[in-house]
Design a protein around this ligand. Structure first.
Ligand code: CA
Length: 226
């Protein structure tokens, strides 16, 4: 059972989306304001309309991300790439533009939930298989935590997935397509600048510890900083 917090002030959209999601087995909790959204508890996923009456949607997104690790999908009427990219920068995991179909939302929701759930591999049982040392950084796939020395670094689910993917083969160049497909999904139609935004965030967070090099015309490669 997936509990969805639907933050949407447009009654008609909220109603039809709520009914549609329920048909796919989601349990939907509806709120029409940012204040109610911040007061809400007990959900596994947030669907967040950026145009709200009482608060800027991006501010709300940032605040929700500060409080919770659950995936956030931003719903935007503004199809401009700027909003989308800013949305991802403030911690959203994916976005859909209006108008959208319920099936599209369901597909996105399932995809982000799949990505955010830890993947348990056979190696994890022995205790060391899920932990990877990257110079001063340590990445643990089972708990989805990353530390520099003994300090935990806060990462969004996407940032973790991206780092984890690049770390699978240290020093190897991955193409943008490989990365987008593995970290986002095969049906990702969003702006590819999204990838650069996430790379930029990781570079900031791991400055002096890890180096993400741009491989011109190809993609990126991760190395331990010298
Ligand atoms: Ca709205």
């Amino acid at each position: 059972m997936v509990r969805v917090l639907l933050v949407e002030d447009d009654e008609a959209i909220a109603e039809s989306l709520g009914v549609g999601l329920a048909r796919y087995g989601f349990v939907v909790q509806r709120t029409g304001t940012g204040a109610q959204a911040l007061a809400a508890r007990g959900f596994d996923l947030v669907l967040l309309d950026l145009g709200l009456p009482d608060m800027d949607g991006l501010d709300l997104c940032r605040e929700l991300r500060r409080r919770t690790e659950v995936p956030i999908i931003v719903i935007t009427a503004r199809s401009g790439e700027t909003d989308t990219v800013v949305g991802l920068e403030v911690g959203a995991d994916d976005y859909v533009s209006k108008p959208f179909g319920v099936r599209e939302i369901v597909a996105r929701a399932r995809a982000v939930l799949r990505r955010c759930r830890p993947v348990v591999t056979a190696d994890d049982g022995v205790g060391t298989g899920s932990s990877l040392a990257l110079g001063r950084a340590r990445l643990d796939r089972r708990s989805r935590r990353v530390h520099i020395d003994d300090v935990e670094i806060s990462l969004t689910p996407k940032e973790f997935d991206l780092l984890s993917f690049l770390a699978e083969d240290l020093g190897a160049a991955f193409t943008r397509e490989q990365i987008l497909e593995a970290v986002w999904d095969a049906h990702w139609h969003g702006p590819t600048r999204t990838l650069d935004v996430h790379i930029g965030v990781l570079r900031r967070k791991f400055d002096g510890v890890l180096k993400i090099e741009t491989v011109r015309g190809v993609g990126f490669r991760l190395e331990v900083a010298p």
